[in-house]
Design a protein around this ligand. Structure first.
Ligand code: FAD
Length: 407
């Protein structure tokens, strides 16, 4: 054990949630709402970051209905996507239709994730047992005789020790908590990376497809009213060769996929306007140890394919709250409870990750690395058989095992 220093503070809570992303904020809110004392640590000073999923899916919107928060939530600026189209070699193909889902909101809400997280933070703050510590970065776990008993963190004013009955790692794909806990990770390898950038939008441009596929290139354009958030796929590790080809070549590629972007593409005039996002898919073999559980990307890093990571993280949080709240009210949380949470969430995660691996290997990798191998029959099925669009809508919009608020 490291000896206490002058700038060290210690606090006590029932549950310490490390990471204020979708999993952590939803879990923190749900625990506090049930009267459980919870400390949420977030290393950044706010939620304003650009490299996050911005999709709130029908299953998450349904949870907001169950929580009585939907009307207030939908007052925040957002766009509603009722079907997904991709443009393949200039032809628009509908690939998902949400209008048949058995929920109140048959659409995906596009909303900057910082608005979603700030909304949850505001709701959490209404409860006295909710304690959000911003600019507080967990650096280690605290353990005694194999039981995790807390978290060590760095704040603006020194070190903070949080003693907790239970620590939940929701600190994302580069989780410090899972690393310090020594939880074994299974890496599935991904053949792509994403270039992430903003392109101003011509106000005259109307509704467009979400995905664009042509001549070995794949791009996603998320309409954020006055600009497009653009995700341009490249083969893994090839950013340097993209740079060597030059900005003009990248601009030309984007224009060839989505000509309506027009002159605005020239706003991409410096490489510091373009971020490289490394895509990965992995999963912990065991999500817990005595006194600790990982959920969300910390337990299973998701690729952007299908845009489902945020919603899976939220579903993990709901399933965790459903199991934990009664256990915390009874006393100490046992490993049996933690194992039950893993068992419940592992199956939907496996199904979605298998789907993402398939999309990478058979569709995206094929188009990015070898344009001649895109299976045209798949596009034909989507174009001509409307019922075919219901399966992706179900998988994307609801996920394999939608959770419900039980607390
Ligand atoms: C390029 C890209 C685009 C994506 N687009 C989408 C999309 O459109 N829709 C979708 O649903 N999913 C998308 N995803 C996936 C999605 O972003 C993740 O699956 C989701 O954010 C996981 O949520 P989380 O709460 O588990 O983790 P995160 O969102 O990663 O949140 C973790 C939080 O923990 C904080 N943190 C990290 N370390 C520490 C520490 N040591 N101490 C304190 N705080 C810490 C971080 O600052 C962060 O706020 C995308 C992923 C990528 C890579």
């Amino acid at each position: 054990m490291t000896p206490a220093t002058e700038n060290q503070k210690t606090i006590q809570t029932r549950c310490c949630v490390v990471g204020g992303g979708p999993a952590g904020m939803m879990l923190g809110f749900l625990l506090a709402r049930s009267g459980v004392d919870v400390v949420v640590l977030e290393k950044h000073k706010d939620f304003l970051r650009d490299f996050r999923g911005d999709t709130i899916h029908p299953s998450t919107l349904e949870l907001l209905v169950e929580l009585g928060l939907l009307d207030e939530f939908l007052k925040l600026p957002h766009q509603e996507l009722r079907s997904v189209q991709i443009t393949a070699d200039g032809q628009t193909v509908p690939v998902a239709d949400f209008s048949h889902l058995p929920v109140h909101c048959q659409f995906i809400a596009f909303m900057p994730q910082w608005d979603f997280l700030s909304f949850l933070a505001e709701k959490g703050k209404q409860y006295p047992s909710f304690h959000l510590h911003l600019q507080t970065e967990a650096t280690d776990i605290v353990q005694e005789n194999g039981q995790i008993t807390g978290v060590r963190a760095i704040t603006q004013t020194g070190e903070l020790i949080i003693n907790a009955d239970l620590v939940i790692g929701t600190d994302g794909r580069r989780s410090t908590i899972r690393e310090k806990a020594g939880l074994a990770v299974q890496d599935f390898g991904v053949p792509i990376d994403v270039l992430w950038m903003r392109i101003p939008k011509d106000p005259a441009v109307g509704e467009q497809s979400l995905g664009y596929l042509k001549s070995g290139q794949f791009m996603v354009l998320i309409d954020r009213n006055d600009y497009f958030q653009c995700g341009f796929l490249i083969p893994k590790g090839q950013f340097e060769s993209v740079k060597q080809r030059g900005l003009a070549a990248l601009q030309a590629d984007i224009l060839s996929l989505a000509p309506f972007v027009g002159e605005y593409v020239k706003e991409l005039d410096a490489w510091d306007k373009i971020s490289l996002l490394t895509v990965k898919i992995d999963r912990l073999r065991q999500w817990f140890r005595p006194g600790l559980l990982c959920i969300g990307d910390a337990a299973h890093a998701m690729s952007p394919a299908g845009g489902v990571g945020v919603n899976l993280a939220v579903q993990d949080a709901v399933a965790t709250a459903n199991q934990l709240i009664p256990a915390l009210q009874r006393g100490r949380v046992t490993v049996d409870t933690l194992a039950r949470i893993q068992r419940r969430r592992q199956w939907p995660v496996r199904v979605i990750q298998a789907g993402q691996i398939f999309i990478h290997k058979r569709l995206i990798n094929a188009s990015v690395n070898d344009p001649s191998t895109i299976p045209p029959f798949i596009l034909w099925l989507f174009r001509h058989i409307p019922a075919f669009r219901r399966l992706p809508a179900r998988l994307i919009g609801m996920g394999p095992r939608p959770e419900h608020i039980r607390t």
